[in-house]
Design a protein around this ligand. Structure first.
Ligand code: ATP
Length: 406
C-alpha cells in the first residue's frame, strides 16, 4: 500500500525542532502529519474490510444450485436440486420475490432447506449451437419459384400456428413434423425462416451434423434443451438441418459413436411424440439425402409431411434473379429470360452468387451500377467454379467411404 506507517526513518522531534524555527511551523507540520495519518487509517480500514469479506467467503459453506419447478400458493417453492430430488423449500426474506418463478435458477443454503439467492441465468454452452431468431425477417416474397411448396407450408404450419381453433373445430390434426428435401442451396432454410416470420413464430435452428460431430455424448441432452427452449418461446419453429446426420438408417449399431447417434435420434423421436399436433411448436427438418433416412422418422405423427424443394425451373430462376437484383442499381433493361436460360441447372444459392459476382465486376470497374453484361459474366464465373467443383466432387465420390458412419 506504500504506507509510511511505522516508518523508522521518521526524523526525531529534536531533529525536526532543529529544522523548524518557530512553533507555528511546528504546528503546521503536526497538522499535515495528522492528515496524512488519517488517510493512512482510512486505507487500512478498507484493506481490513476486504480481508474480512475474503475470509467470510473462504469460511462460508458452498450453496446448492437448483431450479424452481413450481411456486406453491403458500409461497414455498418446489425446486429441482442439481444433486437429485425435488424439494419443497422456503424462500428467505431478503430474496426478491418477483424473481421467484418457474424455471428460475436459485441457490439453496447448505442444508438445502431455503432459497437464499436467485442466480443469473447463464446460457448453456451447448445450447449456443442453436440459432434462435425471434423475427427472421424473411418473407414469402423473398423466396423464388416455390409457390406450391409455400402454399403447402402455409396450410400445415402457418395456419395451425395462427389459428389452431380452426383445426380443433374441424377435428383435423395437422402434421407435427415436416421434412423438406432437395439439392443444396435451393431454399430449404430460407423457406423455413419465411414460414416462421409469416407465422409470427420464433425460429430455432440446429445443424444435426454439428450435434454429433462437435458435441459427442451430449446429443440427446441438446435435443431435450432444444424442445424445452421451443416450448418456452412458443409459437416456435424448430428447424433441423442435415437431419440425415442423426436419422440415417443403419444396419447394425456397433461403435459407441453410432450408439450416440442412435440415442440422439431416439430423443428427437420421443420429443416429437411427446407434443400434440396443435401445440404451438412445429418441427421442420431438411436433408439433401432423403434416400438414406431411417423410415422410423417418416412414420405418421413424426415427419409425415414430405415436401420436395427441387432445383428451380426456368420461371423459378427468373423469380430468384428478380429477388436478388431487387436492391441493385441496374442500368438499362435486364433480360431475365436470357439470364434464366444461361443459368440452367443453377440452385438459388448459385444465382445469388452470380448476382454478387456481377456486383464485384461493376465495383472493380469503378461503376456505381450493374449492367446485364455484368450479370452474364457473373453467371459464367459461377459456372466455371461449378465445373471445377463438380470434377473434384467426382474424384471425391469415388474415394468416399460407402457409409457416413465409417
Ligand atoms: P442446404 O441444403 O445447403 O442447407 P438450403 O436448401 O437450405 O441449402 P438455403 O440456405 O435456403 O438453401 O439457400 C442459401 C441462399 O440461397 C439463401 O439464403 C438465398 O439467398 C438463396 N436462395 C436459395 N434458394 C432460393 C430461392 N428459392 N429464392 C431466393 N433465394 C434463394
Amino acid at each position: 500500500m506504500g504506507s509510511d506507517y511505522g516508518n523508522t526513518n521518521e526524523p526525531s522531534k529534536d531533529t525536526i525542532s532543529a529544522l523548524i524555527e518557530n512553533d507555528e511551523d511546528y504546528l503546521k507540520y503536526l497538522e499535515t502529519k495528522i492528515k496524512h495519518l488519517e488517510e493512512e487509517r482510512k486505507k487500512l480500514l478498507l484493506k481490513l474490510e476486504y480481508y474480512r469479506s475474503e475470509m467470510e467467503k473462504l469460511l462460508s459453506p458452498p450453496l446448492i444450485e437448483a431450479y424452481i419447478e413450481y411456486v406453491l400458493p403458500d409461497n414455498r417453492v418446489v425446486v429441482k436440486s442439481s444433486n437429485g430430488p425435488n424439494l419443497v423449500v422456503q424462500v428467505a426474506e431478503n430474496v426478491d420475490k418477483s424473481k421467484i418463478r418457474p424455471g428460475a435458477r436459485v441457490a439453496l443454503n447448505q442444508r438445502g432447506s431455503v432459497v437464499v439467492d436467485v442466480l443469473p441465468d447463464y446460457p448453456d454452452p451447448y445450447v449456443q449451437l442453436m440459432e434462435v431468431v425471434e423475427k427472421p425477417n424473411i418473407r414469402y416474397s423473398d423466396v423464388g419459384g416455390l409457390e406450391e411448396q409455400i402454399r403447402e407450408l402455409r396450410e400445415v404450419v402457418e395456419l395451425p400456428l395462427k389459428q389452431p381453433e380452426l383445426f380443433e373445430e374441424l377435428g383435423i390434426e395437422p402434421p407435427k413434423g415436416i421434412l423438406l428435401y432437395g439439392p443444396p442451396g435451393c431454399g430449404k432454410t430460407l423457406l423455413a425462416k419465411a414460414v416462421a416470420t409469416e407465422s409470427n413464430a420464433v425460429f430455432i435452428s440446429l445443424v444435426a451434423s454439428e450435434l454429433v460431430q462437435k458435441y459427442i455424448g451430449e446429443g440427446a441432452r441438446i435435443v431435450r434443451e432444444l424442445f424445452a427452449l421451443a416450448r418456452r418461446k412458443a409459437p416456435a419453429i424448430i428447424f433441423i438441418d442435415e437431419i440425415d446426420a442423426i436419422a440415417a438408417k443403419r444396419i447394425e449399431i456397433g461403435t459407441s459413436g453410432e450408439r450416440e447417434v442412435q440415442r440422439t435420434l431416439m430423443q428427437l423421436l420421443a420429443e416429437i411424440d411427446g407434443f400434440k399436433p396443435l401445440d404451438r411448436v412445429k418441427v421442420i427438418a431438411a436433408t439433401n439425402r432423403i434416400d438414406v433416412l431411417d423410415p422410423a422418422i417418416l412414420r405418421p405423427g413424426r415427419f409425415d409431411r414430405i415436401i420436395e424443394i427441387p432445383l428451380p425451373g426456368k420461371k423459378g430462376r427468373i423469380e430468384i434473379f428478380k429477388i436478388h437484383t431487387r436492391k441493385m442499381k441496374i442500368s438499362g433493361e435486364v433480360n431475365y429470360e436470357l439470364l434464366s436460360e444461361l443459368s440452367d441447372g443453377f440452385s438459388g444459392a448459385e444465382i445469388k452468387l452470380a448476382v454478387i459476382e456481377a456486383g464485384y465486376i461493376a465495383l472493380r470497374e469503378n461503376r456505381k451500377y450493374v449492367t446485364l453484361d455484368d450479370l452474364v459474366k457473373g453467371i459464367e464465373k459461377v459456372k466455371s467454379k461449378k465445373d471445377v467443383r463438380n470434377s473434384w466432387q467426382q474424384v471425391y465420390e469415388t474415394r468416399k467411404p460407402v457409409s457416413i458412419f465409417q
